[in-house]
Write a protein that binds this ligand. Structure first.
Ligand SMILES: [Fe+2]
Ligand SMILES: [Fe+2]
Length: 346
């Protein structure tokens, strides 16, 4: 026979006092389920290039890299996320570097990527491999690789950084180290990772590659764009239209265990079907204009804008212009997949 709970309120209070004093919690003493679910705090939002660019330029009046700050950045702050990151798992910041400036060498536990936006002459050196970044290029700095950036051109340069730092901080594994020198030594060949992994479907089979596998860290815009246009001739997706994922060519896996990057084209006249995913995403509009309906609210976007989609928010993209719209996005899909939590529903 099941035992009946018969004690008085006073006896329960006394008992709960003892439970707390012993460093324990009795969740059954409160109403509601024992494991509470949590609604996302991430909000759908759009960050406008028309606002970002002038504020970024003005930031040079207040800060310079190396003088009290490591980076001249403006972060895309989601109003729902207390830590002021772009979603609960992704942190995106736009970075501005004047001619001759250097962002000093360092390494950190979060994985990072950068997507080049404006200007010529920027480089990122990753473990001695110098990558000359042109607009639309993607360069990875996987943990814990040493990296530094600079602007060797004669105009300001702008790129954005994407990091999995919110996850790494949550796991209490966030570390950061400055390199003793501002710049690291550069290998004899510029763009070594690109030369090793030049063509899709081919990887170096040399003894040197077996000894030190390495990975592709520089993904060129020209190649990504050409691949997108060719995929458009073959097939498209009902929810994303024409879409490619950037992967590690040596393994075929997403670029990071925590974050995946995609390039996609919403062709003129296309209105995708709505779906929702357990992952969150930050999109950047590389070219063109269009709109995305997120949980019933239509958000228009144009070249340079960014927008965020929270977990399980229903969304659909549309392009009513005459030119294709191109979106670059970072999404926490691999992290949710690894945990068995990735779900996608129409
Ligand atoms: Fe960094
Ligand atoms: Fe989606």
């Amino acid at each position: 026979m099941a035992r009946q709970a018969t004690r008085s309120v006073e006896e329960l209070d006394e008992y709960l006092g003892l439970v707390r004093a012993a460093g324990l919690d009795a969740p059954w003493s409160r109403p509601g389920p024992l494991i509470e679910s949590k609604k996302t705090r991430v909000q759908p939002c759009v960050w406008r290039w028309a606002e970002i660019e002038p504020l970024l330029e003005r930031s040079a009046d207040f800060v310079a890299p190396g003088q009290g700050t490591e980076r001249r950045i403006l972060r895309l702050a989601n109003p729902g996320v207390p830590e002021r990151t772009s979603t609960h798992t992704l942190s995106v910041a736009v970075q501005y570097l004047l001619p001759g400036e250097v962002a000093p060498a360092h390494r950190h536990s979060p994985n990072a990527l950068r997507f080049m936006l404006r200007g010529q002459g920027a480089y990122t050196t990753v473990d001695g491999d110098k990558c000359l970044m042109k607009p639309g290029d993607l360069v990875l700095t996987p943990t814990p690789m040493l990296h530094d950036h600079g602007n060797e051109g004669n105009e300001p340069v702008i790129w954005f950084d994407g990091l999995d730092s919110p996850i790494v901080r949550y796991l209490e594994a966030l570390t950061q180290q400055r390199h003793p020198e501002d710049r690291q030594d550069i290998g004899q060949v510029v763009g070594a990772s690109e030369r090793r992994f030049r063509a899709a479907g081919l990887r170096p089979a040399t003894a040197a590659a077996a000894a030190r596998p390495g990975r592709l860290i520089h993904y060129r815009w020209q190649a990504a764009h050409a691949a997108l246009e060719q995929l458009a001739e073959v097939e498209s997706d009902p929810f994303d239209d024409v879409i490619l994922e950037y992967v590690d060519p040596a393994t075929g896996r997403s670029i990071f265990p925590t974050m995946a990057c995609y390039i996609q084209m919403i062709r003129p006249g296309v209105h995708t079907r709505a779906h929702r995913q357990t992952s969150s995403a930050v999109y950047h509009v590389v070219r063109g204009a269009g709109s995305t309906v997120i949980d019933g609210v239509r958000h228009e976007w144009r070249e340079g804008d960014f927008f965020a989609i929270p977990p399980l928010a229903r969304h659909e993209h549309a392009n009513e212009e005459t030119e294709p719209a191109i979106l670059f996005s970072l999404q926490d899909v691999p992290l949710l997949t690894a945990l068995g939590l990735y779900r996608e529903e129409e």
